[in-house]
Design a protein around this ligand. Structure first.
Ligand SMILES: Nc1ncnc2c1ncn2[C@@H]1O[C@H](COP(=O)(O)OP(=O)(O)OP(=O)(O)O)[C@@H](O)[C@H]1O
Ligand SMILES: [Mg+2]
Length: 314
């Protein structure tokens, strides 16, 4: 089978995920190349160890850039760390104000709290960049190359954790508001209230987008090996529990059964794993991508790999 349905108009966001080194970047870039034939496409990396530049052999950075020689294809590396710095710079006063007006903490304590990591905030802010771009409808398709499983799942499950953090701040604010209303009879919301409302809206919007099966699809990439299969199973379960439906997966690095003796032996070995994948994930469409004789990097090689993922050979 080949990857299917990615050209459906409502589908905007396609995320590739899986264990380290299984071919996530290669599949994401190849898919973006394919989609760019008909759609204005943005290829995004959320992996802190970005490797789009190495794969495409063109410099990609934290600003959206049109790729040289490929019409309709743009790329961006999102830095969650940078997004977090920007967040702190933008909202430090508002958070400080909430803590200051609702607690007996002194300035020094408040500064200490602000320096503590806020759960999920870097991932959420990174994802907010994608959300904003989708809302602005700058592109027709967004293809995301995520970091290996653990990190990618943080990206997906942390908005809920951040939501709890916002709730605590909102409760503090609510008590403060109650006191002010009690004593002065009137409460005028300020920028701290706006901040809480905006944060709440952002986390909800991210969750809604990720759970929208028409707009967003997560495609796991795996290889025919025990450990990768187990990790894929865990990944799919977490996604499922979160409300993200997986429809298809890629099995990469599959040996050619008609090759040399070594290839045939490896192919036999892999065959039982491919069967196991088919059994375990019988409700998913699987696309088999062969192990190429050379590393898949550079546009020519990726264009070739793309044909393996999309049977229509575009
Ligand atoms: N089918 C294939 N045949 C040959 N080489 C491949 C194939 N798929 C991927 N590769 C190569 O394997 C290496 C790892 O692939 P890739 O970077 O896409 O994996 P990844 O899952 O993104 O890794 P990471 O977890 O480190 O981000 C790369 O050098 C890539 O060119
Ligand atoms: Mg990668």
């Amino acid at each position: 089978m080949a990857l299917i349905g990615l050209e459906d108009i409502p589908l905007k966001l396609i995320l590739f995920g899986g264990k380290g080194g299984v071919g996530k970047t290669t599949c994401a870039v190849s898919t973006a190349l394919s989609l760019s034939k008909n759609f204005k496409t943005l290829l995004i990396s959320t992996d802190p160890a970005h490797s789009l530049s190495d794969s495409i052999e063109q410099e990609v950075g934290t600003q959206i850039k049109e790729l040289r020689g490929i019409k309709n294809l743009y790329a961006l590396e999102i830095s969650a760390e940078k997004a977090l710095c920007e967040f702190k710079l933008k909202y430090k006063d508002e958070i400080k104000n909430i803590l200051d007006s609702s607690t007996k903490l002194d300035e020094e304590d408040i500064d200490l709290i602000l320096d503590l990591p806020i759960p999920g905030i870097d991932e959420v802010m990174g994802f907010k960049t994608i959300l904003d771009l989708i809302e602005e409808a700058k592109f027709e398709k967004y293809v995301v190359d995520t970091a290996p499983t653990g990190h990618a799942l943080r990206l997906i499950t942390l908005p809920a954790l951040l939501d709890d953090w916002i709730k605590v701040l909102a409760r503090m604010r609510w008590k403060y508001r109650f006191m002010v209303e009690r004593f002065s009879g009137k409460y005028n919301p300020d920028s701290s209230d706006d901040f809480l409302l905006n944060m709440k809206k952002t986390t909800k919007k991210i969750e809604k987008l990720l759970r929208n099966n028409l707009m967003c699809e997560f495609i796991p990439v795996t290889i025919p090996e025990d450990m990768a299969i187990l990790e894929t199973e865990r990944l799919i379960n977490v996604l499922y529990n979160y409300g993200i439906k997986v429809k298809q997966l890629v099995i990469n690095n599959v040996f050619n059964s008609h090759g040399c003796e070594f290839c045939r032996t490896r192919s036999n070995e892999q065959e039982k794993h491919v069967k196991l994948i088919a059994e375990k994930f019988h409700n998913l469409t699987t696309t088999i991508a062969p192990l190429e004789s050379k590393e898949v990097k550079g546009i020519e090689s990726l264009e070739n790999f793309k044909k393996r993922l999309f049977s229509n050979g575009k």
